[in-house]
Design a protein around this ligand. Sequence first.
Ligand code: PMP
Length: 742
Amino acid sequence: MVDDATIAGIAAERFGIEGELRRLPGERDVNVVLDGRRGRFAVKIANAAERIDALDMQASALAHIGLTDPDLPVPRPIATIDGPYTTVVDIEGHQHGVRAVTYLEGHLAELDDPVTTELAASIGATLARLERALQGFFHPAANRHLLWDARNAADLLPWTEAVADAELRRTVATTIERYAAGTATRMAGLPAQVIHNDLHTANLLVAAPGSAAITGVIDFGDMVHGARAQDVATAVAYCLFGTDDPAAMAARVVASFCSRTRLERAEVEALPSLVAVRLAQSITIGARRAEIHTEKAARILADVAEAGVALDRWLALDPGDVEAALLAAAGHPLPTRSTADVLRSRAAHLHPGLHLSYDEPLHLVRGEGVRLYDAAGRRYLDAYNNVPQVGYGNRRVAAAVANQMAMLNTNTRYLTDAVVDYAERLAALLPEPLDTCLFVNSGTEANDLAIRMARAVTGRRGVVVSERAYHGWTEGVLEVSPEELRPDRMARHVATIPPPRPGEDPTLAARRAIAGLEADGFAPAALMVDTIFSSDGIHDPWPGSLAAVAAVVRAGGGLFIADEVQAGLGRVGTRFWGFAADGVVPDLVTLGKPAGNGFPVGVVVTSHALAEQFAASEYFFSTFGGNPVAAAAATTVLSITLEDELPQRAEAVGHMLRSGIADIVGRVGVAAEIRGAGTFIGVDLGDGAVAKRVVEGMRASMVLVGTTGWRDAVVKIRPPLVFGEDDAAELLVALDDVMSTI
Ligand code: PMP
């Protein structure tokens, strides 16, 4: 046993530290506090068995944390007078590594002190900081073999003999065997770094007994390069001591950890097994140590018993429930309910007017690119949805949204970069003088606002729309959406025109519509047109037709609103906007649906002059409209659309689809008109029942399409814009099969 005078001598000679000496409790090492002029330090003389490089790793890690998170309360290493953090002394013929660190004040808890939920939350948050602080750290000694490393749990199997209680012995062995046969094989794929590997109450200092304020993290003696999930599992495992609600306690630690950093889904999924294995390690190693250190056996076995209770309680939980609780705590979408259960709950709690697509509704759980996956794991080719413009689950959009959400989300009453970046980019893509944006959250809102603006600026009320137009669901735009209105509900200030047909003069109908409005005492405020006439059955306006209709309405004093919710952003091909079919420049353009790839984004773009006129008389502010997260999503969608030349792709793939479909209908002898532009394609079969058979047949062939138009007789093909030639070929094969049998 080394005496105080020797220790004081080493401290003074090697570290230049002098002061009053007090011994600290320590299991393997000799630890003292020296209280002197320079402050309070702990000097640690390691067990002779301790590798010097492992001691150096600890000191280097503490120094690293001092740089990366200086406020994290960990001891600071003190360098020796010679330079290195660790020095070696000979004590009675044995070589011992010696280090000095700053002394942290606080109350040292016991392993079996009950953990409050507040302390569990502090532990989660502290561990997250610690892991982040150590992210960039490495040391060759981190590549070492430790029995406390969950990945080596199977090495402990022979030691389970030391567990006295036969039932607990079996539980521990089964836990380790299950881990070795399951989770162990997935460990190599989890994010890894140098981890603390032993964060529990006995290695934490708190402000006072019972306090949740952590004032220190000590004991870095079990550090190793391992999976981050091991670190989280260890923290969780020891928080379970004494709790009767282990799932809630674990969720508390994980939620708190994830409030500071992110856990991947696979990491969370590994946790239940890692927590169990850590408790099994604790029990086995404890039982073994009790055999060796008989003088401390009672104390060690008390901890073993606690761990045994915690393990039993943990294993008694329903594994699915634990996983669900932890995934929810980590912010990951939960596993699905059964399809029957979702149907039942939907019927009970969702608006009954929302019909479901397809005779056998789809229960979707995941999307990737142009693919959708249902709860049974079946994979569909989506040729119907345009909202995922750059693909389902697009990582770049998801990252932009997540990063902006974690950084700042606020509203347009403050200066933020993202929204002006997006407004600039949109303006650059539109013809002059369309350069001023009003941000809202959907196509409906954009149309509602655009009509309000047109009315405010013109002082008129009438609106001209197409016969079966759909522009949204608010009271304001539903009245200009005859597709969804019974004829007797049509407002007298709304008049309709048919979609322009080649060979027909569209101005005749426009004049008639205005005359009709005037006969009812209304003057036109606006012509609002979905520039691909989607709900009218998909009609690509022939060049000059929109300009001609717009000219009539403008001559009558109204404005031209191009609803680009469907046709815009490259859907119709390289002309990029539906209205660009001819030279007409709208007064207002509205955007929605694909703009945020599923994140709510709606925009009205107009001229500065018109917006100023509106602002002079009317109020507008949308809390969420143009928020930085929405702007990040929208900017990313725009970048990908342009960088990946998606409008060009829509042009080529659309051409391939239309000519392929023409071949099929020609071959099978079905009467059909194929219309549209880019990858917005309508196949008019003239009969709703036939169109429905095609749609259901395609669904049975795992390809999703829909219907639109009068009596739903038009098959609508409008895939995500990333839809490629291989996808088109796959669609055509399925369509060929289906068309041959209807
Ligand atoms: N305009 C058009 C042309 C649309 O097709 C739709 C929706 N189908 C809307 C507006 C309304 O968009 P949202 O449902 O996103 O509000």
